[in-house]
Design a protein around this ligand. Sequence first.
Ligand SMILES: Nc1ncnc2c1ncn2[C@@H]1O[C@H](COP(=O)(O)OP(=O)(O)OP(=O)(O)O)[C@@H](O)[C@H]1O
Length: 272
Amino acid sequence: MNGEVENRTEDGRETILSVRGLTVGFGGPTVLENLDLDVYRGEILGFVGGSGTGKSVLMRTVLRLNARQAGTISIFGRDFDNLSFDDRLAVDMRVGVLFQQGALFSGLTVLENVQVPMREYLDLPKAMMDDLARLKIEMVGLRPEAAERYPAELSGGMIKRAALARALALDPDLVFLDEPTSGLDPIGAAEFDELIGRLRDTLGLTVYMVTHDLDSLHAVCDRIAVLGKKKVLVEGTLDKMLAFDDPWVQSYFRGKRSRAIFENAADGQQQR
Ligand SMILES: Nc1ncnc2c1ncn2[C@@H]1O[C@H](COP(=O)(O)OP(=O)(O)OP(=O)(O)O)[C@@H](O)[C@H]1O
């Protein structure tokens, strides 16, 4: 892309997404105010926050699906406000999204759903699109027969995988996952986490994952960001979350359920 600037932190991390001073509202009180956030290449960032704090609003604003009242957003080193039409298309092609509940088109098969972004952005012969879509379907661990099925014929876990295949259709650098493991049983959720970790390692993806799932935060996220009081309250490692002096953060990361997960994991590490 023309004019792309590489942004690196002092410790050498490349900033792939940078949000500064973001304010978003819908006519009433603001939902987000003066929010800053960075996402680094190759990481899996887990984004948490109480219900209704604005996690989806933030994700949608970064995807240019919501307007903002103030602030700047840079993606791949380019300021959103200075992108030409062609640059916008180029940015969109490098970003994949898995919306809550998968958001597959019910009248299309899995294969056709995965091909939707290809049809929108690429001009490829049908046979090539079929091959590419089947590759993505295999990549997310679905059996080849799943390609011909309709969403209503899929289990919850298969829907998430099909939606992930669609998010990967254009070989993105950055994927946004909105509660990818919600509605899955613990085994299905753990398998999905493992898949996300594997795809990050093999494809070099950067993953921005909104989640309520403490297991996911522990199992695959390199860094956690907490949304509260209209901004990113704290970001960093799990240890940093545990030490952070805020009632919501403390009850979330030190509650009964979280203690069970994190203490079991710590025991496991000590035994190894
Ligand atoms: N298009 C909109 N118009 C008006 N208000 C909106 C709109 N979208 C979101 N909101 C409001 O913004 C606030 C944050 O909503 P959002 O869906 O981002 O929360 P969330 O953190 O994703 O919650 P959850 O974890 O429950 O999904 C809510 O009060 C919601 O009603």
